[in-house]
Design a protein around this ligand. Structure first.
Ligand SMILES: *[C@@H]1O[C@H](CO)[C@@H](O)[C@H](O)[C@H]1NC(C)=O
Ligand SMILES: *[C@@H]1O[C@H](CO)[C@@H](O)[C@H](O)[C@H]1NC(C)=O
Ligand SMILES: *[C@@H]1O[C@H](CO)[C@@H](O)[C@H](O)[C@H]1NC(C)=O
Length: 262
């Protein structure tokens, strides 16, 4: 799962998975991802080099609670190497350890430890405090259309289409999708949204509305996608959706419905 997230992050650069609605508790890791963002080739995708901002958010989403535990348990952490080694061991991920070293070296271990505590488990906020992600507080977004295709059909793929206008650009944030299901199990997806200039934007997502064969029922109930009506909500946010930290705001939200037939 962690390796997958890094591969996705490396491939899509600006559009990584694995963020979720901030609620002040450790980042909620989804067991099954039903939502996928359909990437389109745009001028943004031709940027040269790896952008550290989405990598940082993706890393922080996976590592910040473990990192905080290491800091709280060990009291004084001497070097970036020691801290990030401990992270790599606890998570069993060399990749997380490596990104940890890169980010920690940006500000030095003392400042890094201070900022991880200050960020209070909010990944985007931490990456802004580290000055790896740009801050823009006078941005805006207004959803002009949010629709689903097909409106009605059997279990399978549904395509969600989002269009929004930003008159003054958007800050580093995220898009959150939430599906209200017939069996009331939560289905949620989060996507990093990098800072963008003013313009009209269009994004597409796939919702795989069918039981996932990889869902492990011993870990809790698995979504069945029963016949009935489903409501999908979308939130376009500066920072983490729902965060009380600075540089955070829900720009706009919308919803649409579809029906799964027998
Ligand atoms: C729009 O963004 C620019 C640059 O980020 C800023 O200087 C300006 O004050 C913003 N305008 C509004 C109306 O917020
Ligand atoms: C978005 O598109 C509308 C309609 O084409 C246009 O009037 C508007 O100026 C565009 N907005 C921006 C910020 O480019
Ligand atoms: C689902 O939505 C359709 C169309 O809005 C409505 O006619 C139907 O009664 C709804 N079904 C349920 C089970 O709520």
């Amino acid at each position: 799962m962690k390796a997958t997230a890094f591969v996705i992050c490396g491939l899509l650069l600006s559009e990584a998975l694995a963020v979720s609605l901030y609620n002040g508790t450790p980042v909620n890791k989804e067991r099954v991802s039903y939502f996928r963002q359909v990437t389109r080739v745009s001028s943004q995708a031709t940027k040269v080099g790896v952008d550290l901002c989405p990598t940082c958010i993706d890393f922080t989403g996976q590592a910040i609670d473990t990192l905080l535990n290491i800091i709280l348990q060990s009291g004084v952490v001497g070097t970036c190497g020691a801290l990030c080694n401990a992270l790599a061991q606890k998570t069993g991920s060399q990749a997380l350890g490596a990104v940890c070293n890169i980010l920690c070296d940006v500000v030095g271990v003392e400042e890094f430890v201070k900022l991880v505590q200050e960020a209070d488990l909010d990944p985007i906020y931490l990456c802004e405090l580290l000055k790896v992600c740009p801050i823009k507080d006078d941005g805006d977004a207004h959803i002009t259309s949010f629709s689903v295709d097909p409106k009605s059909g059997p279990q399978g793929a549904f395509t969600l289409d989002l269009e929004f206008e930003s008159k003054n650009g958007t800050g580093t944030g995220e898009l959150i999708l939430e599906c209200e299901t017939v069996d009331h199990l939560p289905v949620q997806g989060g996507f990093i949204a990098e800072m963008q200039p003013a313009g009209n934007y269009s994004k597409q997502f796939n919702l795989k509305a069918e039981p996932d064969p990889d869902c492990d029922p011993t870990q809790g109930p698995c979504e069945q996608w029963l016949p009935g009506n489903y409501t999908v909500k979308i939130f376009v946010c500066n920072g983490e959706c729902g965060s009380k930290h600075p540089h955070s705001q829900v720009y706009d939200s919308a919803q649409t419905t579809f029906t799964i037939t027998e």
